[in-house]
Design a protein around this ligand. Structure first.
Ligand SMILES: [Zn+2]
Length: 417
């Protein structure tokens, strides 16, 4: 009989389906719910706390002063600089492309960029060109203002090493109107601040029977972004890992299993980074990290990212075919907690269920229970359980501790964003 229970997964996702931003009371409440769930089938979980720095945007607005008057919603970049308290006036320049000609015209002005997001490379160009600030565009050109969220954006640490400029994000239809009506002079108000908070990982262990010195970490992040209820991203991943934990509780594993539900993934993989940092003495013993991030979407496709040797990627593809599972396997790096382990030299594999085209609701209010289905949750969990139980109990462990060049390059590139 099928062990995986989609209904049980769905119920847990539903219990976790509320906004759970890192460092908040809601995140702590979610951690408690996960602890209770793990205890309900006999595990003895504990919390591992870590410090985080939260970036706030206390005020952000955009006003068009010439040649027409308008006020648009503006989202500020967290961890970026503030303007003067009452705002600052700038000339606006539409920078279609970050090339020499466009950037020279933008010197000293506030640049409206076609980009949806800016990374370290783009930021460096803007700083070197001497622009005064920049805005990026969020959403689609036909979005209805009342119905769409303004994405939250932030400066990454790598970005900050290139310099900082006042930065905001605006809705695509507003950007469209600014360009069409030739907005020339603007006032941007942006007040940002930082605060120290505490976040936590939920951890539980099942000791291995005869290969207890080899550890496999199974993890999923449970925090959400500001706007979403995070059912898809990533209460679903938590539910998947809980199904696996339940199975291994009933079927003692040969290798030691650590179940880690990470806090603070959404602000830069902080929970998994903190875990690796706090368990340096275990890094050599951790032979694999199995991650689950994004899942349960009724319409969608199971996906697997193998951040490890090519032979393990081949093993995974073969397994899918052998078992009659449908999933898209990628040999690469996933933007998730698996990367923190790979950065420490630990091979990793990530299970997910992404949406189809037309499901651009990641990190928005559209990520809620209405997307989620029991069978969709179960379909990814079945694949993960089949792979996990073979790996956990393998006589010969099929994952060498080495990364091929393409993976090393992708990890480097990811770290520099
Ligand atoms: Zn996620």
């Amino acid at each position: 009989m099928d062990f995986i229970n989609g209904k049980r997964e769905y119920d847990l996702v539903e219990r976790l389906s509320f906004t759970r931003v890192c460092g908040t009371e809601q995140e702590r409440k979610a951690a408690e719910i996960i602890m209770e769930e793990l205890k309900s089938f006999g595990l003895e979980p504990w919390l591992e706390k870590f410090d985080i720095t939260t970036g706030n945007v206390d005020a952000s607005s955009l006003e068009i002063l010439e040649p027409y008057s308008a006020v648009y919603d503006a989202g500020g970049y967290r961890f970026g600089p503030s303007t003067a308290e009452g705002g600052e006036e700038y000339e606006l320049e539409y920078v279609e492309k970050l090339d020499g000609a466009s950037l020279r015209r933008a010197k000293g002005k506030f640049a409206l960029l076609n980009e949806a997001r800016v990374g370290a490379e783009e930021l460096e160009k803007l700083v070197n060109a001497g622009v005064a600030g920049f805005m990026t565009m969020s959403g689609n050109v036909d979005d209805e203002r009342e119905k769409t969220d303004l994405d939250h954006r932030r400066y990454s640490e790598t970005m900050r090493s290139k310099g900082t400029l006042p930065a905001i994000t605006v809705r695509m239809p507003d950007a469209f109107e600014m360009v069409r009506r030739g907005a020339k002079k603007i006032r941007v108000t942006l007040r940002t601040s930082e605060q120290k908070d505490v976040s936590q990982n939920v951890v539980a262990e099942i000791k291995g029977t005869d290969l207890a010195d080899e550890i496999i970490v199974l993890g999923a992040h449970y925090d959400s972004t500001w706007l979403s209820k995070g059912a898809w991203d990533n209460a679903a991943g938590v539910a998947l890992i809980c199904e696996l934990a339940r199975w291994f509780k009933e079927n003692p594993p040969r290798r030691t299993l650590r179940f880690v539900m990470f806090g603070s993934e959404e602000i830069g993989l902080c929970g998994s980074k903190a875990y690796v940092e706090a368990h340096k003495e275990d890094v050599e013993k951790i032979v694999l990290m199995i991650n689950a991030d994004v899942g349960g979407s009724v319409l969608g496709q199971n996906g697997i990212s193998v951040t490890a040797a090519k032979s393990f990627f081949d093993w995974m593809e073969y397994l899918l075919d052998e078992c009659g599972f449908s999933a898209m396997v990628r040999h690469g790096v996933m933007s998730s907690d698996s990367t923190s382990f790979a950065d420490a030299g630990i091979p990793a594999i990530s299970f997910s269920r992404g949406g189809t085209h037309g499901m651009n609701v990641m990190h928005t209010h559209g990520d809620n229970m209405s997307l989620i289905g029991e069978e969709a949750l179960a379909s990814t969990a079945r694949i993960a359980l089949e792979a996990a139980r073979r790996l956990v109990n393998a006589e010969h462990f099929p994952v060498p501790r080495e990364f091929p060049d393409n993976i090393k390059e992708e990890l480097d590139k990811y770290a520099k964003r």
